[in-house]
Design a protein around this ligand. Structure first.
Ligand code: 5GP
Ligand code: MG
Ligand code: MG
Length: 190
């Protein structure tokens, strides 16, 4: 037993100010995205590349809605320090195991903000001779864009606010929320 939890004293959900996208809305949209991708990639055996860690829940649900043969791989990247962010330099923490030669790659992202991470990945994958590189993102924050990059498929457009949940973190927490929300301001003061 976790006595503190039994009285409902401390739930992670109490730290959320507002739910922006409910679990039901996420799942409905992911069903549609999966259907679209199944049509687009029929008989093409795409390589679905998830960008860790944020894309993990989205990718897990999305591939279950894709009724085609596919392969998956994962990549972990991080931006260099804030001072070099504008250079678009991205550090590879974990690279792919799969050769991209001639492959039809679908990059799965949690959110596109500045677009720097994705523009780096698209260039890298093309350089590795992928046949095609498409982007599916759960969320898009177009107001944050620093480079001209557009996802091929988008789940939801979000306003210029810091969102958490369903893969998206605040100092590594809240990735396990089943919905997308915004934190109460007092959470940042802790
Ligand atoms: P960018 O498009 O700026 O290169 O990077 C996108 C990454 O920044 C996302 O994968 C995510 O890790 C992080 N990010 C951008 N906006 C948000 C947000 O509103 N909330 C959270 N938790 N992460 C964000
Ligand atoms: Mg990401
Ligand atoms: Mg993060």
């Amino acid at each position: 037993f976790l006595p503190g939890r039994l009285g409902g004293q401390s739930s992670m959900h109490d730290e959320i100010k507002e739910v922006l996208i409910s679990e039901e809305a996420l799942q409905e949209k992911i069903k549609d995205l999966g259907k679209q991708l199944s049509e687009d990639y029929q008989d093409r055996f795409p390589l679905v590349v998830g960008v860790l860690k944020g894309a993990l829940p989205f990718m897990a649900d999305l591939i279950k809605r894709m009724d085609i043969h596919l392969e998956i791989d994962l990549m972990a990247v991080s931006s260099y320090g804030a001072s070099t962010v504008s250079s678009g330099e991205v550090k590879i923490i974990k690279d792919l195991d799969t050769s991209l030669e001639g492959r039809d790659v679908i990059i799965v992202e949690d959110i596109i903000d500045s677009g720097l991470t994705l523009s780096y990945l698209v260039q890298l994958f093309k350089h590795r001779n992928a046949n095609s590189v498409k982007i599916v993102t759960l969320l898009d924050k177009p107001t944050g864009r620093k480079v001209d990059i557009k996802p091929d498929l988008t789940g939801f457009i979000v306003p210029d606010a810091f969102v958490v949940g369903y893969g998206l973190d605040y100092i590594e927490r809240y990735r396990n929320l089943p919905y997308i929300g915004v934190l109460k301001p007092e959470v940042y003061e802790k």
